[in-house]
Design a protein around this ligand. Structure first.
Ligand SMILES: N[C@@H](CCC(=O)N[C@@H](CS)C(=O)NCC(=O)O)C(=O)O
Length: 216
């Protein structure tokens, strides 16, 4: 049976899956990782380089994990939990525990509330009025993160160690400078982001993604 394959880009939410899989210790063993270009819909690296990404994932988005049995997984809440369930180094609590349900809940919040809101700011065609609305909504979510979720200065989003929720939240927060969101308004969120960015395995994962890029 072949391994599962992750398709990702180096800066999108797909990168959170690469970081999580790197930390989990499954890259090159249970999971191959290849880059895709979501603009041109082409696979960039690996045995399918040059082929149409829509043929692999009709949604055309990342993350995509093609499982060994051919099933095509999308959506960070699902792909990241597949990584957690296949991890050598834990990146999430065991299935069936309260902490795992908490993890699922936070992954869904990042995806549907935070990512789903700030993602709109990448669209260069939105009007100033719509942009103001989306920025206000985004700041509402970040305020909640600051004042409730991370209020106690915790280093990790769920539990006492790094989980897939951290790789996802970290990547979504990393977009702030590109979409003109000012994280300095949210000191707890900014401190959390900086501390995740400083983790050795996060830096290693970024270096590995850069090295794997066709332009490297
Ligand atoms: N609902 C999906 C969203 C995934 C998503 O927005 N992926 C972006 C990159 S961050 C993408 O591939 N966009 C390109 C496209 O949708 O064509 C999830 O929660 O995982």
């Amino acid at each position: 049976m072949s391994n599962a394959t992750l398709y990702y880009t180096t800066t999108s939410c797909g990168a959170s899956n690469f970081i999580a899989a790197h930390r989990a210790g499954i890259l090159g063993s249970k999971l191959e990782a290849h880059q895709a270009d979501i603009g041109s819909h082409k696979v960039l690296t690996g045995p399918k380089a040059g082929s149409d990404f829509y043929a692999i994932n009709p949604k055309g988005n990342v993350p995509t994990i093609v499982l060994a049995d051919g099933a095509v997984l999308n959506e960070n809440a699902a792909t990241l939990q597949w990584i957690a369930d296949n991890a050598v180094t834990p990146v999430g609590a065991a299935n069936g525990t309260s902490e795992r349900y908490l993890l699922q809940s936070k992954l869904s919040w990042i995806s549907s509330e935070l990512h789903g809101t700030v993602g709109g700011l990448f669209n260069p065609t939105i009007s100033a009025e719509v942009r103001d609305f989306v920025v206000a909504k985004s700041y509402q979510k970040l305020q909640f993160l600051n004042d409730v979720e991370l209020a106690d200065g915790r280093k990790f989003f769920v539990g006492s160690g790094f989980t897939v929720a951290d790789s996802y939240l970290y990547i979504v927060l990393s977009w702030s400078p590109y979409i003109n969101l000012d994280l300095t308004k949210f000191p707890k969120v900014e401190a959390y982001f900086k501390s995740i960015a400083e983790l050795d395995f996060v830096k290693e994962a970024h270096a590995a993604m850069a090295k794997a890029s066709p332009s490297a």
